[in-house]
Design a protein around this ligand. Sequence first.
Ligand SMILES: [Zn+2]
Length: 291
Amino acid sequence: MIGSINWLKKHRIWNVPTLIIIIAFLLFIIFLIMILNSNDEDSSTIYVTQDAEIRTGPNAAYPELYRVYKGDNYHKIGKAGKWIEVESSNHKQKGWIAGWHTNLDIQKDKVASADSLKGKTIVLDPGHGGGDQGASSRTNKKSLEKVYTLKTAKELKSLLIKEGAKVKMTRNSDTYVPLGERKGNGDAFISIHNDSLSSKKANGGTVYWYHNNQEGLAQALNQSIQKKSLLSNRGAKQENFQVLRQTKQPAVLLELGYISNPTDEDMITDQLHRHIVEQAIVDGLKNYFSN
Ligand SMILES: [Zn+2]
């Protein structure tokens, strides 16, 4: 700067209009740099849109480095296929995240989840049983919750086995199992229930979770059930149910419709609709395990 002013002085073109032009030019350059920088900042910052993990490479088969959480943001430093290489703002964390867990418009390959249930152990807990009949309907069908939770679990079991999963059941027949015994080691625990209220109007399905590591599974199942079944959606909610509290692995309690609502009861007792819900649970699990 000083050098250029001396040069201008030396060549006798140093005057006020030149100075104004130089200052205006410099301001323009500074302005341009700011604009470019801010654009760069926007396009290189990505946001995590659901809890996920950062891996050592651009594929779910690479080892996990860190858990990342919804709302976290990172600098994007690279891309390979549908995976994004990211770095934290303090440069301490670096790795790869699947693009579909970020705000970037990247959809997951459907094929990727094809055999994600293979080898997984799913614990199914058909609610109630034996002397504990659970909820019941007030229509002529007099449907009992304990009957349909067991039917659903058995039907779901055969679908899961077709996907290569192993299935453990907390009960296989109309027997009473105390809440404290409704558990088992596995990759996921699913307790199956039907809701009931004195008002006939209440209807729809709810997916409950309790521990933080259970919410991802709850969201995946809720999304899938909502998409496929005819049950109205009451969402995924946190609730302190004993079977969830005593289970440390990903676990959900599914309320698959209100048996006290005649429309929901028709769906619960209809094998065709049950099959749709069960397939939705399988698809939700596949999505969950391929993430
Ligand atoms: Zn129940």
